[in-house]
Design a protein around this ligand. Structure first.
Ligand SMILES: Cc1cc2nc3c(=O)[nH]c(=O)nc-3n(C[C@H](O)[C@H](O)[C@H](O)COP(=O)(O)OP(=O)(O)OC[C@H]3O[C@@H](n4cnc5c(N)ncnc54)[C@H](O)[C@@H]3O)c2cc1C
Length: 420
């Protein structure tokens, strides 16, 4: 018997990956503990953009999730986006017409401070115990009974708990990854990124579409403007880390210079006011996947490097992998099998099957973004070419991308689009 309070499952981290796992473990009626070092609501450096996959996963938990988004004043729903090429050409895409096939917007923008706290309101108290301000600082396996022992600090005290299954949802600097599957950081698969908030930006899209700008002076990388419901916007840039260090680029200076001088931005930001500071963080891209699971543990979200390499969007895959980890945990507890082989079979393989194709496709897109002339050509042609416009939509709707990539006709159509 473990001398510590024992849980079938412990999740470290209570952001999208941890919340996804907690929501679905609750749905499976499995008791678990979430250890989260912050106290919510808290700020999190992010673009705050939510792609269709986010609602897709959350609807599996609660089919009324679209209505919950809509009724929440912190969410801005948008039915499309705007992409600007380095030569200034613009392509606007509509993912779903309002009121058409689906009732709710496919794209949303919500500050992570509000979104992460919103997810916690759906935790089922009968199954989820969430301990805030709990900093996990050590993990080991008990020699007596093979349980995983988690040591954390809470209000200056050291606490210990044990579990059969540990879910690492603790982000890029995951202590679960460091303990069970240490991997060297590879700058070729990392994106350096900064963001801040602005009020008073001119000419935001009248339907508050999300904007993605590929700008001269910021290649290979992109600039985003994601409008929030209160008229302010999350604004930031991202660029591959190896390129940043090779060319000694100061992202903050580049960002401020673009806003002050770039012809597509200068006038729009002339009366804008920066709200708060410019904050940065590294994004672990899914162009290279490491160990995703092993004996008694699974890694989810950024801890598993599941961020889309082309768009830098990681919230959808964080939620999705959390859901898959909860499914695998349920099965493992039923079979009392916590072996590496079991989690490889029921978690790693499932993650690769559901996300591997789109991560690979996005890796190629990321390489393509190194060629400004290719983007110019694509954005110039897309508005007049149904096949290319369709491809553009697929890029931003990773929900349909997954299905398309499994259909050989997608590639035929794509090539046909290029030749027309
Ligand atoms: C500048 C920037 C812009 C981005 N823009 C977007 C975007 O627009 N859309 C999008 O989808 N994605 C975006 N991303 C990526 C996105 O932010 C991440 O993919 C997402 O946050 C991953 O969620 P997660 O739950 O895996 O990890 P995280 O959000 O990193 O959460 C990890 C959690 O674990 C907790 N934790 C960590 N260590 C411990 C510990 N030792 N003990 C207890 N708790 C711990 C942390 O407090 C945190 O709450 C962006 C990232 C950056 C940096």
């Amino acid at each position: 018997m473990s001398p510590y309070t024992h849980y079938p499952v412990i999740i470290i981290g209570g952001a999208p990956a941890g919340s996804g796992a907690a929501l679905f473990l609750g749905k499976h009626k499995i008791k678990h503990l979430v250890l989260e070092k912050a106290t919510f609501p808290r700020d999190k450096i992010c673009g705050d953009g939510l792609t269709p996959k986010v609602l897709h996963v959350l609807k599996k938990f609660d089919e009324n999730m679209g209505a919950h988004f809509l009724q929440n004043a912190h969410f801005n729903g948008s039915f499309g986006g705007v992409v600007t090429a380095p030569n200034g050409k613009v392509a606007e895409f509509v993912l779903t017409s309002p009121g058409a096939k689906q009732a709710y917007a496919p794209l949303w923008v919500c500050k992570r401070k509000d979104f992460d706290a919103f997810l916690h309101t759906f935790f089922l108290p009968a199954y989820t115990t969430c301990q805030y301000a709990a900093v996990v600082n050590e993990i080991h396996r008990s020699e007596q009974d093979d349980k995983i022992i988690v040591t954390y600090t809470y209000k200056g005290q050291t606490e210990k708990v044990s579990c059969d299954i540990l879910i690492g949802a603790d982000g890029d600097r995951s202590i679960v990854k460091k303990t069970f599957a240490p991997q060297k950081k590879d700058p070729a698969h990392y994106c350096a990124s900064i963001r801040t908030y602005f009020s008073g930006i001119k000419n935001l899209h009248e339907q508050k579409y999300m904007e993605f700008l590929f700008l001269e002076g910021l290649m290979p990388g992109y600039f985003w403007i994601f409008p929030l419901p209160d008229g302010t916007a999350n604004v930031g840039i991202g660029m591959m880390s190896d390129y940043v260090s090779k060319h000694k680029i100061n992202l903050r200076e580049t960002f401020l210079k673009l806003i002050a001088t770039h012809p597509d931005l200068k006038e729009r930001f002339s009366d804008a006011k920066m709200l708060g500071n410019i904050a940065g963080w590294g994004i672990p891209m899914g162009s290279k996947l490491g160990t995703l699971a092993g004996k008694g543990f699974m890694l989810t979200g950024d801890a598993a490097s599941l961020v889309d390499p082309a768009s830098g969007e990681g919230v959808g895959n964080a939620l999705y992998s959390g859901m898959l980890a909860a499914d695998a945990a349920k099965l493992a507890l039923e079979k009392r099998d916590f072996s590496e082989a079991f989690f490889h079979q029921h978690y790693t393989k499932r993650v690769k099957r559901t996300m591997g194709g789109e991560l690979k496709f996005s890796t190629y897109l990321q390489y393509a973004c190194e060629y400004p002339r290719l983007i110019n050509w694509f954005i110039n042609k897309a508005p007049k070419n149904v096949l290319l416009m369709d491809t553009l939509k697929v890029i931003f709707d990773n929900e349909i991308m997954g299905k398309r990539l499994r259909n050989p006709m997608f590639y035929v159509r794509l090539i046909a689009g290029f030749w027309r």
